[in-house]
Ligand binder design. Structure first.
Ligand code: PA5
Length: 453
């Protein structure tokens, strides 16, 4: 976190004393969070052990699909889709789906997290439905997008597979609520449960994310072990210098108080590109709130921006260095990115190109990251860096929990409920109204009454 500290080019940065001064409020947040955890308000952490207990069953089911199918398609959106994509991209080869089956040894994974008809229809036309299982993931069982996808797929499967169609659908949903559950029971689909107290964006380490990961050969035991280790570290250490979530949230909160209304999350690894998408939802939906816990209007939040190093150096960094000073930057770098790719030397080339020869792409990437941090330092922009030794299941489990805990701490410091999403629910109700769901007639009239210009 050198990049947030006071320095020659960053006179408005903080001192160690400034950071230590945050400790009382962070310790108070820790006590409040521990209390909430005991009373069922923090199940993303509380249920981790339980999830570890379920890993065997999930793995067994995933293994049973291995030779039966070529494709595993997730139907879901938001918290029911971003985690599975982030983990798959991080832990399997970037072009996993394109690998020949002997190398892949697992079904391809597709995540249909939108209802754009052309993409949806194209994928369904492309797949051999006899060799495909669809995993319908919806906690509420009432999200129009997912339920519409489900109805289309169910119909197509019936046409293609006849009486066997139910063996091509697996649902991941609430244990006792929602519209999908009675259908799943009646039609006999295999079912996995999203625990009641875990909200969508905190649900990656439940069957929501664990099943697709296991189907694609990811070691979910190690993913959970990393998550548990981070969870334990955060819960059992106290103080900003030893508790990583306190440090992260302390910095984020102090930056936000100083007017940094934007949080840029920028991994320097293609495999972590979707982690930025996952983080953006976690941060936006958890912290963007109109009301505080006492019901007073506060309108808080910090806008997350997803970026990718080095790609976005060539699209966003101009703004970051010279535009408004309203951003906090989090870089994620990876010490060992995988096999080195050497850049060939060629003495016949001009010096201005030749200097690259003899280095590797990994060295170039690391240099680009340092150079960007340097440019932001010169511009006095606060930045910090999370370093992963490598992108593996253990580290990814740690990173997921670190960011979830940071978010929970931020909710506490902002005195808002980080675990609901009333703004999203309103949009969902508007969709019901416009699509003619009984009981929403009045809302429909209200929306149509707004007119259009
Ligand atoms: O984080 C959340 O709660 C949301 O993003 C939900 O995951 C998203 O709206 C989908 O909801 P559901 O899983 O109920 O279909």
């Amino acid at each position: 976190y050198t990049g947030v500290m006071k320095g020659e080019h960053h006179p408005q940065g903080w001192t160690e004393e400034d950071l230590l001064a945050l400790e009382p409020s962070l310790n108070a947040a820790q006590d409040a969070l521990e209390q909430r955890r005991k009373t069922g308000g923090l199940d993303f952490s509380f249920l981790l052990e339980d999830m570890r207990g379920q890993a065997g069953k999930i793995r067994d089911f995933a293994d049973s699909l291995r030779d039966r199918i070529d494709n595993f398609v997730v139907l879901g959106i938001g918290g029911s889709a971003l985690g599975p994509q982030a983990v798959q991209l991080a832990l399997n080869p970037y072009y996993f789906n394109e690998l020949p089956v002997e190398e892949r040894r697992r079904p391809r994974l597709y995540v249909l997290d939108n209802i754009d008809p052309s993409r949806f229809a194209h994928l369904l036309d492309m797949l051999d439905l006899h060799k495909t299982v669809f995993n319908v993931i919806t906690k509420s069982g009432s999200t129009s997008e997912t339920m519409a996808q489900f109805l289309i797929v169910r119909e197509r499967l019936r046409q293609a597979c006849g009486a066997d169609y139910a063996n091509h659908i697996v649902v991941t949903t609430d244990h006792e609520k929602g519209n999908l559950l009675p259908i799943a029971r009646r039609e006999g689909y295999v079912r996995f449960v999203i625990p009641a107290g875990v909200g969508g964006r905190f649900s990656e380490l439940t069957p929501v994310g664990l099943l697709p990961a296991a189907v694609c050969g990811i070691d979910i035991g190690t993913l959970l072990a990393g998550a548990l280790a981070m969870d334990q570290k955060i819960r059992e250490s106290r103080g900003i210098t030893v508790n990583p979530a306190q440090l992260m949230a302390g910095i984020s909160h102090a930056a936000w108080r100083e007017g940094k209304n934007v949080s840029v999350f920028m991994p320097y690894a293609d495999s972590l590109k979707m982690m930025a998408d996952w983080y953006a939802q976690l941060w936006a939906e958890s912290l963007g709130k109109r009301l505080n816990r006492e019901g007073q209007e506060v309108r808080l939040g910090q806008t997350p921006v997803k970026a990718l190093g080095v790609t976005d150096q060539h699209s966003q960094v101009q703004l970051y260095a010279e535009g408004p000073d309203d951003k906090m930057f989090t870089f994620v770098s990876v010490a060992h990115l995988g096999p080195e790719v050497p850049i060939p030397t060629d003495e016949s080339l001009p010096e201005s190109v030749r200097f690259l020869g003899g280095h590797t792409l990994g060295e170039l990437l690391a240099a680009e990251e340092r150079a960007t941090e340097y440019a932001l330092t010169l511009a006095g922009r606060p930045h910090r860096r999370i370093i992963l030794p490598e992108v593996n299941a253990y580290c990814l489990g740690q990173l997921l929990l670190l960011l979830e805990w940071e978010t929970a701490y931020m909710g506490e410091l902002l005195n808002i409920n980080a675990f609901d999403q009333p703004g999203v629910e309103e949009g969902k109700r508007g969709t019901y109204a416009l699509m003619g769901r009984p009981g929403f007639e009045e809302k429909r009239r209200a929306i149509e009454g707004m007119g259009e210009r």
